[in-house]
Design a protein around this ligand. Structure first.
Ligand code: FIX
Ligand code: ZN
Length: 417
């Protein structure tokens, strides 16, 4: 029997990648019954912090003027500046167009009010169904903050959670917010002082355990600056060693580390004011090597960290590399990184997550990334076919399922020997 042709393989890959439902392991989305926390629709899409950054740099408007106007007016200003006055060629602009196009709206009309009319007719609950179907996503993983009063109240009310939304306990301040976070935890009934003595550590572990249970969190997560060092004599190292890693190990939960964000380099841009920096890979090596029983999900923000991070993944089976995070989530970089990762790690990584903040965004974030993942997979399968390997449809399907859903699911379930 002759081997499959390149065009046959290409067709198999396109079919498999486009039809595989996605498990989106990192988003900032909320279900419909979380009220105002669920962001969706054209005005939210246009006031996405990526587009605010792109608008402020080309617009005459002052920061104060921009933040003083209502969101609807902000959206109109962004639409005018980035879509009407200029060609909307940035990835974030293209994303808005891809969403409108996939929803079947008349993008050619360039008519913001026409788009608004469509969204005004949608009901949040039904709209979640429509978007998940269009994006072919089966589950999204939230980013949940137990210290955020609005979200906290919802969890304390034992609100039913849509099964398609999984929770994650995000703990940035508990690692890097000392001493102030001690007061916050105290205010919520956890006597954890900045001394970080034995009693405080016990209280921090109680906070983590209670909220992991309350949310049925599937992993614990943190984002860290490029200056993150492990181990050192900081509160972060102490809380990691004595609270976070032991609790995660006990419960066989992965600890997700998202490293390389410089928070608020320009506070006047608010959420859009964060930036990137190259981080220290040796700290990543050490935390993985010194905690072999802990599972780690890892992603780094700087393009300059990507090769060493992929090599580090080859050295530590307790690390699952994931996603093209934030400033990396651009087609040229996604392709470069995904190709390198397939060459260094084969099928044992998770190429992407959406990081969607607005529900509709899962449509474009995954449409755009599926195309690139498929492109790289085609090249890699055709390469091995050219080396005489009998590529099969099952092999292609299994690889697509691994990249888009099963690798994450398996990593959640696995226990480290
Ligand atoms: O830390 C994070 O989870 C980041 O993804 C966010 O802080 C960031 O604002 C974002 O939306 C990136 O896409
Ligand atoms: Zn995020």
């Amino acid at each position: 029997m002759s081997n499959a042709s390149s065009s046959q393989i290409a067709q198999w890959v396109d079919q498999a990648v486009s039809s595989t439902p996605i498990y989106d392991l990192h988003t900032h989305l909320y279900p419909a019954n979380f009220g105002k926390l669920m962001l969706w629709g054209i005005d939210e899409l246009l006031t996405y912090h990526y587009l605010i950054a792109e608008t402020i740099r080309v617009s005459e408007i002052s920061y104060d003027e921009f933040w003083a106007i209502p969101q609807k007016k902000q959206a109109e200003h962004i639409w005018q500046e980035l879509f009407i006055e200029r060609a909307p060629i940035s990835e974030a602009c293209r994303g808005v167009l891809s969403v409108l196009h996939r929803l079947g709206l008349d993008v050619q009309a360039r008519n913001l009010n026409q788009f608004r009319q469509f969204f005004a007719e949608q009901k949040p609950g039904d709209y979640v169904d429509k978007v998940f179907k269009l994006a072919n996503v089966h589950t999204v993983v939230m980013t949940n903050d137990a210290l955020d009063p609005a979200e906290r109240d919802i969890w304390l009310k034992k609100t039913d959670i849509d099964k398609r939304f999984k929770a994650v306990l995000r703990i940035d301040p508990v690692l890097v917010g000392w001493p102030k976070v001690g007061d916050t935890l105290g205010g919520f009934g956890y006597a954890a002082g900045a001394d970080l003595g034995a009693n405080s550590m016990k209280e921090i572990r109680r906070f983590l355990s209670e909220w992991i249970d309350r949310m049925s969190a599937i992993y614990v997560a943190v984002s860290l600056t490029p200056t993150f060092r492990y181990p050192d004599d900081s509160a972060a190292t102490k809380v990691l060693k004595e609270a976070v890693l032991p609790i995660c190990r006990e419960r066989n939960l992965p600890f997700a580390m998202m490293i390389g964000v410089q928070r608020q380099v320009n506070p006047r841009l608010r959420l859009a004011g964060d930036s990137v920096g190259k981080a220290d890979i040796t700290s990543v090596d050490r935390i993985l090597a010194q905690n072999p029983q802990n599972k780690f999900l890892m992603t780094m923000l700087s393009r300059e960290n990507q090769h060493e991070l992929a090599v580090t993944a080859r050295k530590h089976r307790n690390m699952m590399l994931f996603g093209c995070w934030w400033f990396m989530n651009n087609p040229s970089i996604i392709e470069e990184i995904t190709r390198m990762r397939m060459e260094l790690l084969g099928t044992s990584f998770i190429p992407q997550h959406s990081d969607a903040r607005i529900l509709d965004q899962v449509i474009y974030k995954w449409d755009h990334s599926r195309q690139i993942i498929a492109k790289v997979m085609k090249d890699k399968f055709i390469d091995i076919a050219n080396s005489g390997w009998p590529v099969t449809l099952d092999e292609v399907k299994k690889t697509a399922e691994g990249f888009l859903s099963a690798n994450f699911q398996r990593f959640l379930e696995t226990t480290l020997a």
